[in-house]
Design a protein around this ligand. Structure first.
Ligand SMILES: [Zn+2]
Length: 287
């Protein structure tokens, strides 16, 4: 059994991703299982050179030491293609040639290409989504019920540029027998039903989920490179950890100011309770 932290190499570790990493680390430590680091690097066009190394250096500076080798999704392409093949054999896939303009953003896929079952070049591959509810209990967000058929509709599992879609890769990796729990940001909560749907089709046992609070700016925008969020400053690692632990409702005592990151994390490990993490976003000032 294990937990994992799975950043995309699209920018430095900012306060929001440090919060997720810390929560994920503490949950794995409390369960007494390894904490894996997976780099979700399939979307090569969006990857920023050096970002993965940068994220790893930040994690180390903050005492968030992962177990074992770093896992790269780009090393698993064969496994994803195999899953795709399996879904095809089961009759769940079709080839979509709709242009972005034909599809109304934010609307579920209207099923236009469902009849295109034969492989064709220059097409995305979509999954037929049957109208079935998906239920799960999230350790932070509570009982969840989704209808992927109404929300996303038939979603993309391999992009037109042949890149395996995030949903399929995440389902295959998080559905692996070793991963028994997933702690990640609440921005991914509405992706989970699609991944659970895929796991069900692929016969994978889903992990337990905890979608922890986001860190946003006052205007509600999520911290990211696009919104100008700075990477965490390694010179203030202890203060950064203390700040995210406060947001996680696990604030160290006042005398923790002089503690090392390892000491702060040891204390937090003894006081950690994922169910007391607030579900709503934490708002910070733009720096
Ligand atoms: Zn289509």
């Amino acid at each position: 059994m294990a937990g994992r932290f799975a950043p995309s190499p699209t920018g430095p570790l900012h306060l929001g991703s440090l919060l997720v990493a810390t929560a994920s680390y503490l949950e794995a430590r409390q369960r007494g299982v390894p904490w894996r680091l997976r780099i979700d690097d399939l979307d090569a066009p969006r990857a920023v050179p050096g970002a993965a190394a940068d994220i790893m250096a930040s994690l180390e500076t903050h005492g968030l030491l992962w177990d074992g080798e770093v896992d790269y999704q780009s090393d698993h392409i064969d496994a994803y293609e195999h899953a795709l093949e399996r879904l095809g054999e089961l009759g769940h896939l079709f080839y979509c040639t709709c242009s972005r303009r034909q599809l109304r953003s934010g609307q579920p896929y209207p099923g236009t290409c469902r009849g295109h079952r034969a492989a064709r070049a220059d097409a995305a591959i979509r999954l037929v989504v049957e109208p079935e509810p998906i239920h799960f209990v999230d350790a932070v967000q509570g009982q969840q019920q989704f209808y992927p058929a109404n929300e996303s509709g038939d979603f993309i599992v391999r992009r037109r540029d042949l890149i395996i879609a995030y949903q399929l890769a995440a389902a295959a990796d998080d559905g692996a027998p070793e991963i028994d729990h997933v702690v990640r940001g609440a921005d991914l909560l509405d992706n989970t039903p699609r991944q659970l749907y895929l796991m069900r089709l692929l016969g994978l046992v889903p992990p337990e989920y905890a979608h922890v609070r986001l860190v946003t700016f006052a205007d509600g925008s999520k911290l990211s490179k696009q919104t100008g969020a700075a990477g965490v400053d390694s010179q203030t690692a202890g203060a950064n950890l203390t700040a995210v632990l406060k947001m996680l409702n696990c604030a160290p005592p006042p005398d923790a100011i002089g503690w090392s990151c390892a000491e702060i994390l040891r204390w937090a490990g003894e006081h950690w309770n994922i169910t007391s993490v607030p579900s709503h976003a934490a708002v910070i000032e733009r720096n």
